[in-house]
Design a protein around this ligand. Sequence first.
Ligand code: N01
Length: 539
Amino acid sequence: MQTTNSTPPIDLLIVGAGFGGLYMLHTARQRGLTALVVEAAGGVGGTWYHNRYPGARVDIQSLEYSFGFDDALQQDWCWTERYAAQPELLAYANHMADRYALRDGILLDTRIATAHWDEAALCWQVAAQDGRHWSARHLVLATGPLSTPNQPDFPGLQEFKGRVLHTAAWPHEPVDLAGLRVGVVGTGSSGVQTITTLAPEVAQLTVFQRTPSYAVPAHNGPLDKALEAQVKADYPAFRERNRRTMGGFGSMLPPNTFSALSVSADERERMFEERWQIGGFGLLGTFNDLIVNPVANELAGEFVRNKIRSIVKDPATAAALCPTHPIGCKRLCVDTGYYATFNRPNVRLVDLQAAPIERFTASGLVAGGVEHTLDAIVLATGFDAMTGTLLRLDLRGRGGRRIQDHWQAGPLNYLGLCLSGFPNLFTLTGPGATAAFTNVIVAIEHQVQWIADTLTDLRARGVRTLEATPEAEADWVAHVNAVAARTIYLGCNSWYLGANIPGKPRIFMPLFGFPAYVQKCADVQQQGYAGFQLAPAVP
Ligand code: N01
């Protein structure tokens, strides 16, 4: 696509060719808008392009973690497993790019460096690191909530002579760790999957754990053909049922509607066990108060800790693997034999709370005064989530205001979609939206359709700029935090709070509750874009 400052501005410049960017491009084109996607990576797929670590797979069932906007797509596409693995998810993203003929609208290997609002021209002037630049009436940042890897500043890491790998930047060529002594730092979702998959392959696996994780079994396997046929026969209604759930998925196993405290201890155990056997996130729906009542939550936490104690043979290792924070407060991991992995003779756990990492050396690392000799280190240390990618951009709004200044005390936003002082800019799956707690594809479909509806509507009314007011923005951030305060989510150090990154403002970033969010976004549209300034104003 020919787009430079000398040509008229395009309607939309979209940063990122993950699921969000792909669907935004497709939808924009369907609405007759000109759009270009600029992507730093060498291919489409976003998360599933970069996260190629051993064992990477989605933790929401494939039949749910997929697009529903086109019935032909959902009927044609066949998942092979209950939880799709990374290669299949990447193939799905590529299939979308081909099926909807999107590739001629996507520039790969091109990293956006600057985006400045041009007050005179009422458009965004956007430049890539290689010097190419574009003018666009609207900017959509489809950069994803988990796209900038967190690489902690471990002393001496550069002295380590072995291989250092990060789960979120895994090499594209095969990595052979067979027969090596491997250390994995981090035990979140990425670490849990990596550890479980690597353990049988390597000579010795040392797991460096700072905070233990709750993990529930996936019971993954080939996709049940009868279930697939049943869902496909009813796919639109199935999607609609999922959209009405708190997280945009899980309608096949709806949450129960009564308290954990309303049943006997035996009955509670039986019900937890039933959902443990089914597997996946449904455990948190065993009762309706596990996320809002700390007493109920503790009962679920103790159920999982008892599982850990029954699975892990060495009592000291089992004790170290038992989390003490509220279950669900950090994202629940969905595993395939994670705890049992610690019964293997070649796997050992180092509890960093008792023995913190002091420094890396040429041949390993020292933790709690003990040197661990390693041939390779895998950092499963997560992401500078939700804000990390945008704060690394030179993004400037009205009057040259920098995003770094606007977000100095945390990511101010309205509806998780727009920022005051940054007209005609939209974040997809960003802070203030529900993506982190939602089936992200469902979240993307909703936000993209809201943006497309808004642009279509405002264009028809002759509106050139849409901008959140500072008051609406402040109220929205307060709302997001007030919702979190009614749950157990403020009770631990999670990436939702920015607590995993030293020095990051501690503010709760994602919104909990998808249906209420969808309703609010619809209300704002119906009320003539309440909380926004439109120019020229709609009569
Ligand atoms: O990252 P994390 P992740 N020294 O932040 C530890 C999604 N996801 O990549 O908890 C030592 O959860 C850190 O310790 P602590 C999903 O939304 C989905 O695993 O901060 N350790 C933690 O153990 C998920 O929530 C899927 O004390 C350090 C780990 O590193 C999100 O991505 C798969 C450390 C990081 O865990 C992030 O998951 C993968 C340090 N300096 C990811 N710094 C699926 O769909 C950090 N840690 C299956």
